[in-house]
Design a protein around this ligand. Sequence first.
Ligand SMILES: Cc1cc2nc3c(=O)[nH]c(=O)nc-3n(C[C@H](O)[C@H](O)[C@H](O)COP(=O)(O)O)c2cc1C
Length: 397
Amino acid sequence: MFRLRFLTAGESHGKALVGILEGIPANLSLSSEYINRQLQRRQKGYGRGGRMKIEKDSVEILAGVRWGLTIGSPIALYVQNRDWANWQKGMSVEEADKGSIDPVTRPRPGHADLPGIIKYNQRDIRNILERSSARETTMRVALGAIARRFLEEFGIEVGSFVTSVGDVEYGVDTSLLKDKDLKTMALKAEDSELRCPDPEITAAMKERIDRAKEEGYSLGGRFVVFATGLPVGLGSHIQYDRRLDARLAQALMSIQAIKAVEIGDGVRLSELPGSEVMDEILPPVDGTDLSSVRRPTNHGGGIEGGMTNSMPVIVRVTMKPIPTQRRPLRSIDITTAEAVEAAYERSDVCAVAAAAVIGEAMLALVLADAFLEKFGGDSMEETKRNYEMYRKLSEKG
Ligand SMILES: Cc1cc2nc3c(=O)[nH]c(=O)nc-3n(C[C@H](O)[C@H](O)[C@H](O)COP(=O)(O)O)c2cc1C
């Protein structure tokens, strides 16, 4: 990150999650209600485990906002873990509470459990799983909501929809979708328990999850995150770490269980001739304004040479199945090294819909960072002035 930076802390069954976001200009209106709406979106989704019923996440803004406006200082957030009451001794910071719950000793394949205990020299897997858990993404969604609020001020919107659950697919050619098509799909996705714009495919996805649940295994899936209304020139071609596609890949891949990130048509591009995958450039709609050139297609997902090109940014994301499964996998007990079944703790069967909301948060954070890198500003007024000036420059052609 160049202009924004953030950190999160907190264990899954610890007292709370905390986060700090630095770099948001002063005078942005922000409320905890706004952030809570995003937290609630993350908690939805067919196929989630019991945890989501316990946790009704709600944020407290501890710093960085006064009388409804940011003041330029770091914004600090706090989300309490509602389940804390049951874990006060088991996750206590006090030495006196040591041993109040049994250690976890059977690492789950596909989790951080085994490499984590070896790397951190631990004998209780709980010391690893508490932090590797995707509970941490609650705070990312909260911080991402601030980035989203910032982007809104410039007409930039971020959304998502799910394109597959296991082998049930919602096939869509994103290269032909314009801003309004994407927004309509995201709106429809909001009404689906699996964030899929098509009700019939949603029903098929739910059935697929029911079957997996019955048979004791988990499922992965794929989703699309997108952003509309972006100016040309976020990110840069001049250095490897400034390329927006690279920044998005890192940010989205950092979400637990995400195993592939594609920009635009991604993998499919390799199968087609070059004549079919470049997005041709047609004369501007608006006189000589180069930023309003038309593109009949968007195979490139709105990014060329590591920079936005005014088409919607489209990222396709692939999630593996949830590692913890009712029908346990083979593992060992770390105290005896003997073969046992992997540990099972209440778990999601499929969390693709939630992952899409987390993906939106990461997309918003990367775009807000790239936007501020380009336009700077310590107050919203200054950032807006810089942005308007830049737009005028391209109008001259
Ligand atoms: C929204 C979301 C919910 C998840 N829920 C669970 C879960 O309930 N049980 C589980 O074992 N893994 C769950 N995971 C996946 C694990 O956190 C993840 O696979 C693990 O941390 C190992 O990381 P890796 O898959 O990226 O290697 C979830 C991931 C996400 C994004």
